[in-house]
Design a protein around this ligand. Structure first.
Ligand code: NAD
Length: 350
């Protein structure tokens, strides 16, 4: 199994090194090749996504990605900015399904802005469509109408686009508690009416998964009122953009959250949801657990090794249970450790 390892910028290198350490410890037949991306790509080859990096990513079974972005490049034209590397990879690899789990380890429930009893033990997965919807629909623009400017965008989804994301979500639900909630705005939007119809049709192929539908405004409320009612949530690009950020903040700890972006064949790019954190880069204090948990997702969703994914997740839970904490999740009475020590502890717990 070939893995493209793209650490990127800022804390990317430090946290990806810990995930690689953990993967090495599993002693699986993994071939890992590293390449520069983001600001590191600009330094190495003048491009945020150098050709050789893209070829490596295309060739691999999965991609382990750190983070990109560096204030040194903020003045570059948009096409050369490090963040373009992610958009380029998504496009070139056809990564249309974004999987964002939000999980609250019981020991970290106090980090949430919500009451601990509302979030303790939370384990939900948001599946967001990533390549369609109002973000890409045409026509769009700003035009002059009756003497004033008017902005407009087009929300659109084809049946095929809805069906393929629904399938990913049903399959993910099958690997979990077998409940799927499809989120739309079918009371107002035609696009959402079609969405609801197609997801309903697709559910016939997954009779073992319980399907429900919810309007997006209600879902936004339910996520803070009673988030544990959900197992898997599937939604379009724009609603998913907002709801996945809302869900991640239920956990209160950005350094803990992994993500996956998948193509039609299950190949994927795996990365923590946070950025390159230039404020703490090079200090050895970044939390590597989001990246380590991203590596676990990679084993589950692209490399067909759910057993190894479970082992990593259990090791992370064990280390937290033992009271080890990086600075971002540190509380009184627990032991503060650095990036390396946290990676070592997870590897040892395996
Ligand atoms: P950020 O996620 O990098 O950091 C936000 C805050 O969270 C910072 O205080 C940071 O120190 C902290 N933080 C983030 N990850 C952490 C970790 N693993 N452990 C401990 N603390 C952590 O967001 P930002 O500061 O808005 O952006 C910084 C750069 O990252 C920008 O260039 C931005 O464009 C880029 N970015 C990249 C991605 C990506 O690569 N997918 C995502 C978001 C932002």
């Amino acid at each position: 199994m070939k893995i493209a390892v793209l650490p990127g910028d800022g804390i990317g290198r430090e946290i990806v090194a810990q995930a690689v350490k953990v993967l090495d410890r599993l002693r699986l037949p993994l071939e890992m090749h590293e390449a520069p991306v983001g600001g590191a790509g600009v330094d190495a080859a003048g491009e945020p996504l150098p050709g050789a990096t893209l070829r490596l990513a295309k060739d691999a079974d999965a991609i382990l990605f750190g983070a990109v972005g560096d204030p040194r490049y903020d003045a570059l034209p948009r096409a050369k900015r490090p963040e373009q590397a992610i958009l380029g990879l998504r496009k070139a690899l056809g990564l249309f399904a974004n999987l964002r789990p939000a999980r609250v380890h019981p020991e970290l429930a106090a980090a949430s802005a919500l009451k601990p009893e509302v979030v303790a033990g939370l384990d939900i997965l948001i599946v967001r469509e990533l390549t369609g919807d109002i973000y890409f629909g045409e026509p769009r623009g700003i035009r002059e109408v009756a003497g004033e400017r008017e902005g407009f965008d087009t929300m659109r989804y084809s049946e095929g686009e809805i069906r393929r994301i629904a399938k990913v979500a049903f399959e993910a639900a099958r690997k979990r508690a077998r409940r799927l909630c499809s989120v739309d705005k079918a009371n107002v939007l035609e696009t959402s009416q079609l969405w609801r119809e197609v997801v309903g049709e697709e559910s016939r192929n997954f009779p073992d998964v319980e399907l429900s539908h919810m309007y997006v405004d209600n879902c936004a409320m339910q996520l803070v009122r009673d988030p544990k009612q959900f197992d898997v949530v599937v939604t379009g690009n724009m609603f998913g953009d907002i709801l996945s950020d809302e869900a991640s903040m239920l956990t209160g700890s950005i350094g803990m959250l992994p993500s996956a972006s998948l193509d039609e064949k299950g190949k994927g790019l795996y990365e923590p949801i946070h950025g390159s954190a230039p404020d703490i880069a090079g200090k050895g204090v970044a939390n590597p657990l989001a990246t380590i948990l991203s590596a676990a997702m990679m084993l589950r969703y692209s490399l067909a090794r759910p057993d190894a994914a479970d082992r990593i997740e259990r090791a992370v839970a064990g280390v937290l249970h033992d009271g080890l904490r990086t600075a971002d999740i540190h509380t009184a009475g627990t032991r503060r450790v650095g990036t390396d020590e946290m990676g070592d502890a997870v590897a040892a717990a395996l």
